[in-house]
Write a protein that binds this ligand. Structure first.
Ligand code: CA
Length: 237
């Protein structure tokens, strides 16, 4: 899987080659543009995770390119490549909102490390959609959709899941769940809650094998995750 498309705006082919090679080696998809015009055209027709911008371009300076890129893709992070200390002063002094800069000559490895750091920082800053956002409860039809797909639920499963989805993070004891989901809680055994949760999990996993939005709290009960679990994370059970 690609680590992300990176726009490389650099007019010197030898430098561009080094950057493109270093990025590709690390799994990124670099796209080289030698001019400001080509860079703007590229951003209009493709999505990039980050832009590397040479300050000294033949048809515009990197600062102006950056401003125009920001109009086209406001969330696009950028790293400037500067050739002279005067340019570094401008990067810092302009407070353009660039994410980082690297002074020439630079080591391609160092540049890729900066790319990785900026992307990580950007990813962290984005709110993780909670597990509840993946569900849509339709009270009138007594149905629940998970990631846009309708779940086939028994009446008890529907009520159980609705209770959990409506209060993400709240831990419900088996008794509380029974009171809310069963017509005659007194006639049921505690363990049946576990059996229904198991069924629910199987139905969610039928849509996504990695889906695990319902958390077990040992000795306490169940809750819906407040945040979506990172893929491949442990914790099912
Ligand atoms: Ca240049």
């Amino acid at each position: 899987m690609s680590a992300g498309a990176i726009l490389v705006v650099e007019d010197e082919p030898a430098i561009a080659d080094t950057i493109v090679y270093a990025l590709a080696t690390e799994g990124y998809e670099p796209r080289w543009c030698a001019t400001a015009a080509a860079a703007l055209a590229a951003v209009r027709d493709a999505h990039f995770e980050l832009a590397i911008l040479d300050v000294g371009l033949p048809d515009a300076n990197g600062f102006d390119v950056f401003k125009r890129l920001q109009q086209l893709a406001p969330a696009l992070p950028a790293i400037f490549l500067t050739a002279r200390s005067g340019e570094i002063d401008r990067v810092l002094g302009l407070e353009l909102g660039a994410d980082d800069y690297v002074a020439k000559p630079f080591s391609p490895r160092e540049l890729v490390a900066r790319v990785r750091t900026v992307l990580r920082r950007v990813a962290r800053a984005q709110p993780v959609p909670g597990a509840a956002a993946e569900f849509a409860v339709d009270d009138e039809r007594k149905t629940i959709r998970f990631r846009g797909r309708a779940l086939e639920l028994s009446r008890i499963e529907y009520r159980l899941l609705k209770v959990l989805v409506e209060r993400p993070g709240r831990v419900f004891s088996r008794d509380e769940l029974m009171q809310r989901a069963w017509d005659d809680p007194a006639a049921s055994f505690d363990r049946t809650v576990d059996a229904h949760v198991k069924q629910l999990r199987a139905k969610l996993r039928a849509i996504d094998p990695d889906a695990d939005p319902i958390q077990t709290h040992r000795g306490l009960g169940y809750s819906l995750r407040e945040t979506a679990a990172p893929s491949g994370a442990p914790g099912r059970g």
